[in-house]
Design a protein around this ligand. Structure first.
Ligand code: ASP
Length: 448
């Protein structure tokens, strides 16, 4: 593969090199007496070695299959494709102050012609330039924390995010927006819900399912909703702001410990599970959906607890699961295991000795349900009761992902295993919902 001609290999590369052509040059390709002219564009590094791709004057991309008889000529150099964001809008005074911290993900991405995939390349301040409406809502300060996809984040990144958010809040702002990849945004939102206690102002995570350079992008509307919530919402909690439906009707604000990505591609992928969302934003008006929230209070002093112990695992049980999987975690020095059991909170009896072995070795073992909706109840069936008597801790209606994050957090906060166990079952950030507000609203994904 050539650095100069990304994506080109084999005969196609040889012909382009012989013609002295570079990406962005106007080239002429003659094949079977047909003459085609266009600007040479890069190819995905995973595509074949037989085609040269040019952008014709009409804007269409044309792939020409080259043979030894094909002729390639360089005509002249054209302007190289380059993303230059527009200048940022002028800041208005007298508006609430909001910090946007960018971490990467689709919301900060554009199509990368090297791989044909999207890459996180836009900083928070570029986003501000691309969505000038933000300057009518708040005075924005922007900082890049990381530029990575969220599947590449680790608990160390959660700690760094928590510290950065606390630092900005201590400068006296009205809210923080964290732009983030959607894949693990639920984990990060849960992590900051535990790490940032007694928040005086809202912290709003936001992502996008389609990058900002695509016509169907949800990025601008999500970002506007998030900045609006950060600047004006009456609650001071860690939340997630995303499209409520596939169309541009409303932005829905989910609580950080109760939210889950439930669809791979839809704009309304995020759903609140076992609870109600906090608010809905329609045309820059906020409609509060519950009375149960921590109110905004600029006098409140934030408490920062940003440590996570990575020696905790989430194990999804499946029929026939080999109990040695559990033994392996114990032998590797893990200190906590969250099981994602079946139904009300079960795993096969074959796993019981391994679970007992883990608990005897001072590993905390807790149970959540892979049903996602509802709560575990390990008193109904004998398998559940036996797991309880071995010492497995039921985690009620807590999401499995939130439970893993909380396990890491509890292990890092506690001096003893009993302290960690107590913390695990204490409601810290509404990760447990009250039975009296039992709420079952499975995702409504209409067709289209
Ligand atoms: N894989 C991406 C990420 O989570 C997807 C996204 O941003 O939506 O970073």
């Amino acid at each position: 593969m050539s650095e100069r001609l990304p994506g080109y290999r084999g005969l196609a590369l040889k012909m382009l090199l012989e013609a002295g052509a570079d990406i962005g040059d106007l080239i002429r390709v003659v094949k079977d007496n047909v003459v085609l002219e266009g600007v040479l564009i890069p190819r995905s590094e995973y595509s074949d070695d037989k085609h040269i791709v040019i952008k014709s004057r009409s804007g269409y991309n044309i792939g020409v299959e080259v043979t030894p008889a094909t002729k390639v000529e360089r005509v002249r150099t054209e302007l190289k494709p380059l993303f230059v964001p527009p200048p940022p809008p002028e800041q208005r005074t007298g508006l609430p102050k909001v910090t946007i911290l960018s971490t990467g993900g689709t919301i900060a991405s554009r199509v990368d012609y090297r791989t044909g995939a999207v890459r996180p390349v836009i900083s928070a301040s570029d986003l501000y330039s691309i969505v000038p409406e933000l300057s009518d809502i708040a005075v924005i300060d922007a900082e890049i924390l990381f530029s990575i996809f969220s599947e590449d984040l680790t608990p160390k990144n959660w700690s760094a995010m928590a510290r950065a958010v606390a630092d900005h809040i201590s400068r006296g702002i009205d809210g923080v927006v964290v732009t983030h990849g959607t894949d693990t945004m639920g984990y990060s939102a849960a992590a900051l819900s535990f790490a940032l206690q007694k928040l005086p102002v809202p912290v709003v995570f936001v992502g996008a399912q389609r990058s900002e350079d695509r016509p169907s992008s949800d990025a601008p509307m999500n970002l506007i909703g998030a900045v609006y919530a950060a600047s004006s919402a009456p609650f001071a909690e860690v939340t997630v702001a995303m499209h409520e439906t596939p169309s541009d009707e409303a932005i829905i604000i989910h609580r950080g410990t109760k939210v889950r990505k439930c669809h791979t591609s839809r704009r309304d992928a995020f759903k609140t599970v076992n609870s109600k969302p906090l608010a809905r934003i329609v045309n820059n008006k906020i409609f509060i959906l519950t009375n149960n929230y921590q109110p905004r209070d600029l006098e409140r002093k934030i408490i920062l607890k940003p440590e996570f112990d990575e020696r905790a695992a989430l194990i999804k049980f499946y029929p026939g699961m080999n109990p040695k999987i559990i033994d392996w975690y114990v032998s590797e020095g893990y200190r906590g295991i969250v099981l994602e059991g079946t139904g009300l909170g079960h795993v096969r009896r074959e796993c019981f000795p391994a679970i007992k072995g883990a608990i005897d070795a001072d590993v905390i073992v807790a149970m959540t349900s892979q049903c996602i909706w509802g709560r575990v109840n390990m008193n109904v069936y004998s398998n559940g009761r036996d797991l309880l008597s071995i010492g497995v801790i039921p985690l009620d209606d807590m999401l499995a992902e939130t439970a893993l994050v909380k396990m890491m957090w509890c292990l890092a906060q506690s001096k003893s295993i009993d302290e960690a166990k107590n913390l695990l079952i204490t409601n810290i950030a509404n990760e447990f919902s009250d039975r009296t507000v039992e709420h079952f609203e499975p995702p409504k994904f209409s067709m289209g």
